[in-house]
Design a protein around this ligand. Structure first.
Ligand code: BES
Ligand code: MN
Ligand code: ZN
Length: 492
């Protein structure tokens, strides 16, 4: 699919589907739109009246226009109240329109949406992202593709001439999101620590990143007892992935992104029971998927920032070699952990990944993890938890998230709750009481970051969606990639 910036006026555009965005309670046609309506024999006005279209955010209607018309279908999308329009509103409107156009078998699409905040660049990028993300289809595991038939081939962004670079950026970010979605959607018999490492190799060779894969023996030498404790029961070798993007010249900043990479989480000997969602636990590498998705996007966007992408990848399985509940593990910073629950495995793998990362001497670290069911209980399926002892970094993440349309809510790192992790025999236990479970998980991770500004994103809810939602189809969302990319590209 080709998304193009065009200077073709609205009145002269010809093609299969013309998308027009209208604000709420401002659907009377004036100016260019009135002229277009006349040209189309009043069909826009008729559509608005007949469908009682009010321009409500998320609403859409369409109609076929006369056979000899230069435009075959008109698609109207509601934008809500003008003062409430956010950049993400345009991304969603573009997504709604693109989905509808695809259902209507439109091959050529023209999109006319208002420019947000006098910023044609951000507008063009957001629309490109919305169209791409909405039209994504994953047929890898189907013997027959479900979306045979005409596809959207060209999309013209009207009124956005000269915004080619912004569209390219949108496409590159979407490619990162697609990779994250594919990785999360792939089942555990297809996506393993080995294939995950191969994917990282591929990103490195496609986009010129440096790569280092630490094998089990390398991790042993570094004393990564927490990560290796989790990996012990698996028949598959663990892989510790470290990708590095280095810009030409001196980088403005050095950053690191760390993702939880459990290609499957059975719970270990504290095995997940019936009703626990064990059959969905292929998604437990959603943090690593966002990390690699961001690496793919950053490798193409080429900012003046050095970025390290890290994941300790393994499965959490059961076998005669499995760690026992009650085992004491020693992490690579020397701290000892009493494993009172083998299902709290993500924090064990992240502990060694964070220690490794801090030694790189970066300016800031963000980790992403499908870490706790407790976070889903607290914030629901659409909102990720944001934890950070560093207010400035937390603000940076919130700002990056705002432009991306991904939702985060900051939760407190209440030090007092660390008491719940006190162990009588080791430095700490890996789980505390059920209340505040996502907070104690964050406090556990904090034990493995000494002084580098650090934020932890608990993405257990938003990595996956059951129902179609905005630019996400049902299934893997690729959550996190867009916020990470915005964070890396931001000046602060
Ligand atoms: N991978 C899970 C968390 C999870 C739950 C992700 C639901 C996505 C959806 C994690 O490893 C886990 O099992 N956490 C336990 C922690 C508990 C044992 C303290 C949980 O949340 O129940
Ligand atoms: Mn678990
Ligand atoms: Zn897990």
């Amino acid at each position: 699919m080709d998304i193009r910036a065009t200077d073709t006026p609205l009145l002269e555009w010809t093609g299969d589907g013309l998308v027009i965005g209208l604000f709420e309670d401002a659907v009377e046609l004036t100016g260019e739109l009135a002229t277009l309506d006349e040209k189309l024999a009043g069909s826009i006005k008729e559509l608005i009246t007949e469908e009682e279209f009010k321009g409500k955010q998320g609403s859409s209607v369409f109609t076929r226009v006369g056979a000899n018309s230069p435009v075959r279908k008109i698609i109207l999308v509601g934008l809500g109240k003008p003062e409430a329009l956010k950049l993400d509103g345009l991304r969603r409107a573009a997504a709604t329109a693109a989905r509808l156009a695809k259902k209507q078998k439109s091959k050529t699409l023209g999109i006319s949406l208002p420019i947000w905040n006098n910023d044609p660049t951000q507008t063009a990028q957001a629309i490109a992202e919305g169209v791409q993300l909405a039209l994504y289809q994953d047929n890898r595991f189907k013997s027959e593709p479900e979306d045979k038939g005409p596809q959207v081939e060209t999309v013209d962004l009207l009124g956005l001439a000269g915004q080619e670079a912004a569209i390219t950026r949108g496409n590159q970010i979407a490619a990162g999101v697609f990779l994250a979605r594919q990785l999360v959607a792939a089942p555990a018999n297809s996506l393993t620590p080995i294939t995950m490492a191969e994917t990282a190799q591929q990103i490195a060779s496609d986009h010129g990143l440096q790569i280092e894969i630490l094998e089990q023996e390398d991790c042993e030498k570094l004393g990564m007892g927490a990560f290796l404790g989790v990996a012990k029961a698996s028949e598959l070798p663990p892989k510790f992935i470290h990708l590095t993007y280095k810009p030409e010249g001196t980088p403005k900043r050095k950053l690191a992104i760390v993702g939880k990479g459990l290609t499957f989480d059975s719970g270990g000997l504290n095995i997940k029971g019936a009703g626990s969602g064990i059959e969905t636990m292929k998604i437990d590498m959603g943090g690593a998927a966002a990390t690699l998705g961001a690496a793919k996007a950053i490798g193409q966007l080429k900012p003046d920032v050095e970025v390290h992408f890290i994941s300790a990848v393994t499965e959490n399985m059961i076998s005669g070699r499995a760690m026992h509940p009650g085992d004491i593990l020693t992490a690579s910073n020397g701290k000892t952990i009493e494993v009172n629950n083998t299902d709290a495995e993500g924090r064990l793998t992240l502990a060694d990944a964070l220690v490794f990362t801090e030694k790189l001497g970066v300016d800031a670290i963000i980790d992403l993890a499908t870490l706790t069911g407790a976070c889903v209980i607290a914030l629901g399926d659409d909102i990720a938890g944001l934890f950070s002892p560093d207010d400035a970094l937390a603000k940076q993440v919130e700002k990056a998230a705002e432009a991306s349309g991904e939702k985060f809510w900051r939760l407190p790192m209440e030090e007092k709750y660390f008491e719940g992790l006190k162990s009588g025999i080791a430095d700490m236990k890996n789980t505390g009481p059920r209340p505040g479970g996502s907070i104690t998980a964050a406090l556990f991770l904090k034990q493995f970051v000494k002084e580098t500004p650090w934020a932890h994103l608990d993405i257990a809810g938003p990595v996956w969606t059951e129902k179609e939602n905005g630019y996400n189809g049902s299934g893997a969302t690729g959550f996190g990639v867009r916020t990470l990319v915005n964070w890396v590209l931001s000046d602060s």
